[in-house]
Design a protein around this ligand. Structure first.
Ligand code: UN1
Length: 509
């Protein structure tokens, strides 16, 4: 256990628990002694924990620990590494409810969704454990006699993993589990809003048999801990999920150091609803896609592109259903929409409401901070719907990362596809239609890493690659059959058993 109670000024009264960094399996305060707090966004007065605020010297200690542990882990057979990850999945399964409740306290998503988040990590553990016995290489004929040619995957060494707060267990699992299966050691910097979820996940990995030092956590802020991790020469690769500006910065630094980086960045995802669609189904999808996780998903349905013939029926139903969504503490099973993560995000989301109004979009619902009763204790924003949004408006182009969606009327499938494709992002796009030809045309034409038919833009499963095109990323994918690619190198091996020098390209007969 890496926690102690902090003492408040009054002797004997214990304050919130203190959590150090997790280095070589041991708790470690920041060398500077600095700390920060993680708070419950549904009640800002509630401190979930006090955490080490790391600087470059803490990062260095974590990288050294990882580098010392990596050779032993690399030599552990793949199936044995897989067994440890499977055990981690089984522990997560046993502790699912407890971890989900912690997640709701720490970042606010409603409890049903928090359970889904833990489940995504369980799924990933089981999937990747299966991969342990099939990290296939190739064996191909040599052009020379008595010589074999083959490939195998190799770990990179020590990798840096930097994760966001919106999926506090699932996204770390997407990255940590394949990185570990491939034989890497890890220095993990979780978002400063969800440090305790991250610590619990790593404790589960160690309980499951991942040796101390193989995964180390440094808590803290991007410009301090994240920056030091990124620049550390002992780090072979960075895997990052977060914003486009941070992703670009990471890419530039890694580029300068010839360091591999995989980036999973923003989205401005859209649901297209054609006139022939099942409107009830489309409204259900839009509600879930736009307001699930309070819209704080990179896959959120923040644009609803509606064919004019369906506009009235769709908008009427949507507004009625959205107005009935219940806000509150996500631990209450009757709550539909939890808080947003923090005050800064709350202000940013409201800033976009002001932008939309100034641009001339019609504010149809919400558009304000919700503060009545106990909602005033947290960071709540009303589900917000804009109508009469035109392609090119800022609220149609920029990622808001909150419970705000924009209805964009269009006149044809062609126009719908052009609008859907008309942003710098390319993560997830969806189409509702009952016409097979329309559906397949959209599947071909939509420019995104993920396309849904008759389902909203959220809801990816771990057995398919996850990621996007254009400014959403830099060509990598997480999860699925390619999960190991970002965390391994190919080694090509030639074995010549002829007993004589055979020159390739020359002694060929
Ligand atoms: C994210 O929003 O960063 O498809 C990830 C989904 C989830 C994962 C979202 N399974 O919405």
């Amino acid at each position: 256990m890496t926690e102690t109670r902090t003492q408040t000024a009054e002797a004997g009264v214990s304050g919130p628990a203190f959590f150090g960094n997790h280095i070589r399996g041991q708790k470690a305060a920041a060398l500077s002694g600095a700390t920060f707090e993680s708070r419950n966004p549904a009640r800002r007065a509630e401190v979930v924990g006090v955490f080490a605020r790391s600087g470059a010297e803490d990062v260095d200690a974590a990288v050294r620990a990882a580098a010392a542990a990596q050779p032993g882990w690399r030599r552990t057979p793949w199936p044995a590494r897989g067994e440890a990850l499977l055990r981690a999945g089984l522990i997560l399964e046993r502790r699912k409810e407890e971890l989900a409740r912690l997640m709701t306290r720490e970042m606010g998503k409603v409890i049903t969704e928090a359970r889904g988040d833990v489940q995504e990590a369980i799924d990933m553990a089981k999937y990747i454990a299966g991969e342990a016995r099939r990290p296939f290489g190739e064996t191909v004929p040599s052009e020379l006699r008595d010589k074999w040619a083959m490939t195998m995957r190799q770990p990179l060494g020590v990798v840096g993993i930097i994760t966001p707060w919106n999926f506090p267990i699932a996204i770390p699992a997407w990255k940590l589990f394949p990185a570990l299966l491939a034989g890497n050691a890890v220095v993990f910097k979780p978002a400063e809003d969800t440090p305790l979820c991250a610590l619990r996940l790593v404790e589960v990995l160690e309980e499951a048999g991942v040796p101390a030092g193989v995964v180390n956590i440094i808590f803290g802020y991007g410009p301090e801990a994240g920056e030091a991790l990124l620049r550390h020469p002992g780090i072979a690769a960075i895997s990052f999920t977060g914003s486009v500006p941070t992703g670009r910065h990471i890419s530039e630094v890694c580029g300068g150091q010839l360091k591999r980086c995989s980036l999973e960045l923003g989205g401005k995802n859209a649901i297209v609803v054609m006139g022939d669609a099942d409107l009830e189904l489309a409204v259900e999808g839009a509600l879930w896609g736009a307001f699930g996780t309070s819209g704080q998903r990179c896959t959120a349905s923040s644009r609803l592109i509606i064919e004019r013939s369906a506009l009235e029926g769709f908008s009427g139903r949507l507004l009625e259903r959205a107005a009935a969504l219940r806000l509150g503490d996500g631990l209450d099973e009757n709550v539909d929409v939890g808080p947003v993560i923090n005050e800064k995000q709350l202000r940013r989301i409201h800033g976009y409401t002001e932008v939309g109004v100034a641009e001339g979009a019609q504010l149809l619902l919400g558009g304000e901070v919700a503060a009545e009763g106990s909602l005033g204790e947290g960071f709540f924003y009303r589900p917000t719907v804009f109508g009469e949004v035109r392609a090119g408006m800022r609220i149609e182009q920029e990622e808001i990362f909150g419970p705000t969606t924009a209805i964009i009327p269009v006149s044809s499938l062609d126009e719908a596809l052009t609008v859907a494709n008309g942003t710098v992002y390319g993560l997830s796009l969806a189409l509702y239609s009952n016409d097979l030809r329309t559906a397949f045309r959209a599947i071909e034409e939509l420019q995104a890493g993920i396309v849904y038919v008759n389902a909203p833009t959220i809801g990816a499963e771990i057995q398919l690659p996850f990621g996007g095109i254009k400014s959403t990323g830099n060509g990598h994918r997480e999860a699925g059959t390619v999960a190991l690619d970002q965390f391994s190198e190919w080694k090509s091996i030639y074995v010549d058993y002829s007993g004589r020098l055979q020159r390739a390209q020359i002694d060929v007969s």
